[in-house]
Design a protein around this ligand. Structure first.
Ligand SMILES: [Zn+2]
Ligand SMILES: [Zn+2]
Length: 413
């Protein structure tokens, strides 16, 4: 691989020679880290006194990955952590397409080969279905899975603005591979304590939300949250409930409500009455018989499951979201060493139209390189489709070659 590493390093060096990286706000208070070919972080506890020093480092050392701290420190390069003296910290939310890999998408571009028996398959799974050996799945990503991550970004922005009034100091960037990062840097956020940060996560994940305190049970119906509340979880749930009923997707309703397709069909048939009951009387009929005071009737179970499914669907982040104040994340506008893509800074409007496979390319589509491709699914880049490839020598545009070489799916010829 030495050849490939040197080849990529030369390209990355050219890129950093030609581009000046802006660096994060208050560069001098940030801790930096970097990675080499095949390893995202090999070294951290670096600091740069300004933008010039940062760019000098990029041109001289040519890292394959560059990360910086969401925290601001008095002495960012000191070790251990406590010696850095924390000043404050941005909030950072990471959205990775890996988490929104729908089965459909994954079956299109992910694959595995069992190291023991040699069986091959598509999609993601943990063990070989022939011999139960643990598998390492080759995960790829496409515009569809990235759009899943994008939807969550917009959902988060809505929560931040509507529920918390955070509209200042929000920055968005592409991660350089398969996701997006949202940074909140307003003063109000930076001074939040650890417990306030946990509370924020609790709210965004609806942890501890008691749905039936907002959709109260009566004998033959559930009441809806009052109309005067314009924002917040109850209104969001209600809004989504109405959209799902209007959409009337039987399969979706049966899965989310954990009922049979026949029952879901019945519900869809009766949705007109349900919708007018919601709109006119602000009540949801119990549908499957009376509501039990013990909360065990079929209607109780259905609404519990259905409303719970709505919460999961519209929650902008999941419980796994890190609140590690000391973490380091991709530095915007630098290259990602596994794709050769630029981790583009994006305004909200730019994000709407953004497709990394068109808009994050750092290298030429006109120049070509001869490569040997081990295996790659069909992928899209700059208006063209490539692959699928398997054990094939071919000539590719530079950007496409880098995309494969960087992740080790191809070698130079
Ligand atoms: Zn096997
Ligand atoms: Zn996909």
């Amino acid at each position: 691989m030495a050849n490939e590493e040197a080849f990529l390093r030369k390209l990355f060096q050219d890129f950093y020679q030609k581009h000046e990286i802006e660096g994060p706000p208050e560069t001098e208070t940030r801790e930096f880290g970097y990675g080499i070919f095949g390893r995202k972080i090999v070294n951290r506890n670096f600091a740069f006194r300004d933008k010039k020093a940062l760019n000098f480092f990029l041109r001289q050392s040519v890292p394959f990955f560059v990360s910086y701290s969401s925290a601001l420190y008095r002495f960012p390069s000191r070790r251990p952590m406590e010696a850095k003296e924390l000043l404050s910290a941005d909030l950072v939310y990471e959205f990775d397409a890996d988490d929104f890999h729908g089965l459909k998408c994954g079956r299109k571009h992910d694959f595995w080969k069992c190291p023991k028996c040699g069986k091959e398959g598509r999609g993601s799974q943990e063990v070989c279905d022939e011999c139960m050996t643990p598998l390492k799945v080759e995960q790829w990503f496409c515009t569809d899975c990235l759009d899943g991550a994008k939807e969550k970004v917009f959902a988060l922005l809505e929560f931040l603005e509507d529920d918390f009034g955070f509209s200042e100091g929000i920055a968005i960037n592409f991660s350089g591979r398969a996701g997006y990062h949202v940074h909140v840097r307003s003063e109000a956020v930076r001074s939040l304590s650890h417990s306030a940060r946990i509370e924020l996560i609790d709210y965004l994940t609806a942890n501890g939300l008691n749905i039936f305190s907002h959709f109260k049970k009566e004998a033959t119906f559930f009441s809806c949250p009052p109309q005067k509340e314009k924002v917040g979880w109850p209104q969001r749930i209600l809004f989504e409930l109405v959209s799902l009923l209007e959409e009337g997707d039987v399969e979706k309703i049966s899965i989310m409500g954990d009922i049979s397709l026949t029952e879901a069909k019945r519900l869809v048939r009766e949705r007109k009455q349900i919708l007018s009951s919601i709109n006119e009387r602000r009540t949801i009929p119990s549908i499957f018989g009376r509501v039990s005071s013990k909360g065990e009737s079929k209607s109780d179970k259905f609404w519990q499951s259905f409303l719970g499914g709505i919460v999961t669907k519209i929650a902008p982040i999941d419980r796994q979201t890190s609140i590690d104040i000391n973490k380091i994340v991709r530095l915007p506008e630098t290259l990602h060493g596994e794709t050769g893509f630029i981790s583009k800074d994006l305004s909200r409007d730019e994000l709407k139209e953004f497709n990394p496979f068109d808009d994050a390319l750092a290298f030429s589509m006109d120049e070509t390189v001869k490569v040997f491709i081990n295996k790659a699914p069909r992928f899209y880049l700059a208006g063209r489709e490539f692959g699928p490839f398997e054990n094939l020598e071919t000539e590719l545009p530079l950007a496409a070659a880098v995309f494969l070489l960087a992740r080790g799916a191809a070698s130079l010829r």
